[in-house]
Write a protein that binds this ligand. Structure first.
Ligand code: COA
Length: 258
């Protein structure tokens, strides 16, 4: 079974995270498949809108923690970017509209990738979290820039320093999502919104999105790279090693010595 499913129909390219037994946690191979799918959709004239979805129970538990332990991405190498950076830069600069449908856990990059989507439909079971600090890490995907802008500093500090989950209604109030619907309807509503978008002039959609994003585009890319350097370093440090070891051993991490 493929962990990333891609289907294009009626102008809509739908990408489905499909590693449900591991809560759609994202491996290096999945980042590569996601980055390739974005690059193909960008150039494919048959694609007018992108939809990103999981299923009614889970969106994504974030980066695969086994990969973090065994093959941590190091910094940012612009000549040969790791798949996660290809994905992040690809989604941040994707020129056509992106609609996301999010149900259940959306952890780490499961939440931060939404900052680069245009419209987000959440199931009422959606639980967003950015627990980077709890993992001995720091924000990624330009979330250190975009979350304070979106939510205001104090709510961003609550999300990024405490790292506790917040539910769909709070995400709606904070402006991270556009609508909250029953989980079984989230993917259908995303398709309905994508269908509306696909019927509009693509040139206008692309230009409108470009104009809305242009003031921050360079800063977003720069911030992602700066975060990536810190994140890559911190992945190898004792706090993160303790956090990942604790997750694998299903125990509470002990940060008393870090
Ligand atoms: N990386 C690797 N495997 C993961 C994973 C991750 N990020 N998240 C979940 N899994 C695996 C579990 O190890 C488990 O595998 P197993 O069945 O072989 O034991 C399976 O997915 C189910 O996860 P489980 O924790 O039992 O599900 P749950 O419903 O109790 O909890 C979450 C769901 C998302 C709350 C919980 O799995 C979690 O906190 N995951 C880690 C999230 C995280 O810290 N991500 C990194 C962000 S940077």
């Amino acid at each position: 079974m493929t962990d990333i499913l891609t289907q294009t129909e009626n102008g809509i390219c739908t990408i489905t995270l499909n590693r449900v037994d591991k809560k759609n946690s994202i491996t290096e191979a999945m980042y590569a498949a996601l980055a390739d799918a974005l690059a193909a959709a960008k150039d494919d004239t048959a694609v007018r809108v992108l939809v990103l979805q999981g299923d009614a129970k889970v969106f994504s538990a974030g980066n695969d923690i086994g990969d973090f332990l065994n093959a941590p991405p190091a910094g940012v190498d612009s000549t040969n970017p790791r798949p996660v950076f290809r994905f992040l830069h690809g989604i941040a600069a994707f020129p056509k509209p992106i609609v996301a449908a999010v149900c259940g856990p959306a952890v780490g990059i499961g939440t931060t990738m939404l900052l680069h989507c245009d419209l987000v439909i959440a199931g009422d079971n959606a639980a967003f979290s950015m627990p980077f600090v709890n993992l001995g890490l720091c924000p990624e995907a330009a979330s250190s820039l975009l979350v304070p802008r979106l939510m205001g500093y104090q709510r961003a500090a609550e999300a990024l320093l405490l790292g506790e989950p917040f539910m769909a209604e709070a995400a709606l109030e904070a402006g991270l999502v556009n609508r909250v619907v029953p989980p079984t309807e989230a993917n259908n509503v995303a398709q309905a919104w994508a269908t509306k978008l696909a019927a509009k002039p693509l040139t206008s959609l692309i230009e409108t999105k470009r104009l809305m994003k242009k003031h921050l585009a360079a800063t977003v890319a720069q911030t992602m790279d700066e975060e990536g350097l810190s994140f890559g370093r911190m992945l190898r440090e004792p706090a993160a090693r303790e956090a990942f070891g604790a997750f694998m051993e299903r125990r509470k991490p002990d940060f008393s010595k870090v």
